[in-house]
Design a protein around this ligand. Structure first.
Ligand SMILES: Nc1nc2c(ncn2[C@@H]2O[C@H](COP(=O)(O)OP(=O)(O)OP(=O)(O)O)[C@@H](O)[C@H]2O)c(=O)[nH]1
Length: 387
């Protein structure tokens, strides 16, 4: 997950570091000449701790990838310069201040970062990051970096990485209650939490419902499943296969019957038997099929779900974001579950979907077995991208 975005962020940090270092060298030389003509002796200290950090960074980076190697060699060179600086530091007392001054003076300018951030924006789009999201990332990093005063290359890399992390964190941290909290709140009122799942065919809705039933049974709750996909041949049997495996109650009618009636019966069953969770499967439908969208509105009206969750396939990237937007316009989504995140090396949909529709990702599907479900955690996502 996020392999390609992770690589791009590392790439940007290294390119900005290189570019700003080069500019710093030029600008610094000029500054140093000015200073040395004004002042005969300038006291400058190279903090030893920073030198040590640079060395640590250099050794961490070593051997990762080609770009990282480039960065590593930049940093190595810089260390050599800094060691050299310690010698020059002694010289300063004799009046030679040329090198150290410019390192202190570099302010990152738009010119330093514009081209590189433009490249970043394009490569984020290639990784299926939504255009608005790519824009926000780039603008936020630019705002953070431009005007920042830096002293050495390792600082540039650190600042760039922190800016990227801050921008991504802003995008993926959409507030929302966890489903578990909601179950508890409803339980306190003696009612089940009713959750309706929507999305197009084949995204993994049925499997996700089975995973959620298993997840909450392990937490001690009793779910009931509504087979409200009465439209697709084999859908009821498919869901029934999972509920048999998990020993979960399923409410089902004949194929072709009213899906809203099935959902209603499941809610009534849960209330009567004091079950804590109702999971309503619905027929997969294209977001532009008006009749089927209307049918879905009817299921919502009749079963009055506490949560409507859009299930999208992470592998479809921008399509998943587009579908979520359409479903949200039609019936107001409260949250998202992205399936097949385990197989998604781009990560664009996971990064974008919550921000675009303004609702949180609640779970990620991480494989085909019942246990392959991960409750969404933005810190965990950040770690996947920036570790
Ligand atoms: N790798 C991986 N595969 C998944 C995941 N979730 C579901 N799948 C697979 O995706 C396929 C489709 O899943 P279903 O649950 O049948 O899809 P559906 O959305 O119910 O399909 P419809 O009933 O046509 O709407 C199955 O082969 C699942 O095993 C996941 O998180 N990771």
């Amino acid at each position: 997950m996020f392999d390609s975005i992770k690589k791009k962020f590392a790439d940007v940090s290294s390119k900005i570091t290189k570019k700003v270092s080069e500019e710093a060298e030029e600008e610094g030389n000029i500054k140093a000449i000015e200073e040395s003509t004004q002042e005969e002796s300038i006291e400058t200290e190279v903090p030893k701790t920073e030198n040590k950090l640079d060395k640590e960074l250099s050794s961490n980076i070593k051997g990762e990838n080609k770009l990282d190697k480039e960065l590593s060699s930049n940093i190595k060179e810089e260390n050599e310069i800094i060691n050299d600086d310690e010698e020059k530091n002694k010289d300063n007392k004799k009046g030679n201040s040329k090198f150290l001054s410019f390192i202190r003076e570099k302010t990152i300018s738009e010119k330093d970062v514009n081209d590189i951030l433009w490249e970043l924006e394009l490569s984020l789009l290639e990784s299926d990051v939504a255009i608005d999201v790519a824009n926000v990332v780039v603008e936020s990093v630019k705002e953070d970096l431009v005007g920042k005063k830096i002293r050495r290359s390792s600082d540039i890399e650190k600042h760039t990485y922190e800016s990227l992390k801050k921008a991504v964190s802003k995008i993926i941290s959409i507030d929302g209650k966890s489903m578990t909290e909601m179950i508890e709140e409803k339980k306190a009122k003696g009612e089940p939490l009713v959750v309706m799942f929507v999305g197009i065919n084949g995204t993994g809705k049925t499997t996700t419902i089975a995973k959620l039933a298993s997840y909450y049974m392990k937490k001690g709750y009793t779910p009931v499943v509504a087979a409200s996909d009465t439209f697709r041949a084999g859908a009821i049997e498919q869901l029934n296969h999972h509920t048999d495996n998990l020993d979960v109650k399923i409410i089902k009618h004949q194929k072709g019957s009213d899906p809203a009636a099935v959902a209603f019966d499941a809610v009534e069953h849960a209330k009567a038997k004091r079950k804590e969770l109702v999971l309503i499967d619905t027929a997969g439908r294209m977001q532009n099929n008006i009749n089927l969208m209307d049918e879905m509105k009817k299921i919502k009206r009749v079963s009055k779900p506490d949560l409507v969750i859009f299930v999208g396939d992470a592998l479809t990237g921008n399509d998943a974001v587009e579908q979520a937007t359409k479903f949200n316009d039609a019936i107001d989504i409260d949250g998202v579950i992205l399936t097949k995140a385990d197989a998604d090396s781009k990560g664009g949909a996971s990064l974008s979907i919550g921000y675009v529709i303004g609702e949180p990702i609640m779970f990620l599907g991480m494989g085909q077995s019942y246990d392959d479900l991960k409750e969404y955690d933005s810190d965990w996502m950040l770690e996947q991208i920036f570790s």
